[in-house]
Ligand binder design. Structure first.
Ligand code: SAH
Length: 258
């Protein structure tokens, strides 16, 4: 035991995209020193394997459409464990602060006087870019990066300002967007983004069953449907991705811009 986690504290720990080698050393220390660990469905099996056999682990897994515990019950479980004086680790896929509902957990715990801390993790967009060997920003081409989700709550419609997103100088990283690929490509094209804007879909980034599909905006839906299984995937869209394909493509895209 080291004293990184105090009894009664909660650490929201980024588990990264799945490959246990992409975990931070701090995350590993926290995992080894927790009295109890609550984890999400997207935490990789290799990361879970680092949990000592004697440490109780509780799955509070959520995959879209299959909610096993609602957020309120998760908040209560974390609070009860902290109030009983345990060292609590809440393991979340990727980075806890990116589409990880960390805000609700922090607010609930802080309201009850619990010490709550974050250990950052590698987010899916970074892992996906690494899998495709691309840079998400590019000098002179993409000076900005937008992380967004294309997942609406059941029955709700997406409230997205497509005109603002259809900016060729910004790379888009779309989380939870596989089912929305058709809508995303239609809306972005309607808002003015070029049909041949490069797009890359990365499924199961960093895991042995990873898949990388390189396509273009107007073919996004077909490419996604044809090539992917049912793992989590990120959609990357933007002109910056062009220069990083083969040399011929690179030339064509640069020519189109200049
Ligand atoms: N906090 C997480 C995101 C949780 S939302 C993070 O920072 O990465 C869940 C979404 O993340 C999935 O629908 C998918 O879009 C993305 N995702 C998570 N792990 C992934 C992986 N290994 N490969 C590709 N996308 C992933």
């Amino acid at each position: 035991m080291d004293d990184l986690i105090a009894p009664g504290d909660v650490w929201l720990v980024g588990a990264g995209p799945g490959d246990p080698d992409l975990l931070t050393r701090k995350a590993e220390r926290l995992i080894r020193n927790a009295d109890i660990i609550f984890y999400d469905a997207l935490v990789g099996p290799g990361v879970l394997a680092l949990i000592p056999d004697t440490t109780p682990r509780v799955s509070v897994g959520k995959r879209s459409g299959r909610h096993s515990k609602d957020q309120r019950s998760i908040n209560e479980l974390l609070l009860d464990a902290a109030l009983s004086g345990q060292r609590v680790v809440r393991l979340k896929g990727g980075d806890p602060g990116i589409f990880g509902r960390a805000g609700e957990e922090i607010a609930h715990l802080a309201e009850h006087g619990i010490g709550v801390y974050i250990c950052p993790g590698i987010t899916a967009a970074s892992a996906a870019a690494a899998s495709a060997t691309v840079s998400l920003t590019m000098r002179g081409m993409a000076g900005g990066l937008t992380l967004l989700t294309a997942h609406a709550r059941a029955g709700a419609t997406l409230d997205i300002d497509w005109a603002r997103l259809a900016d060729p100088a910004t790379t888009l990283c779309i989380y939870m967007g596989k089912a929305a690929a058709r809508m995303v490509s239609q809306q972005l094209i309607a808002a003015g983004l070029s049909r041949d804007t490069p797009a890359i879909v990365v499924e199961n980034a960093s895991l042995p069953n990873e898949g990388v599909v390189r396509t273009r905006l107007d073919l996004l839906e077909i490419a996604t449907a044809a090539a992917l299984r049912d793992g989590p995937a990120v959609l990357l869209i933007g002109m910056a991705l062009a220069g990083q394909g083969n040399a011929k493509e690179e030339h064509a895209y640069f020519a189109a811009r200049n």
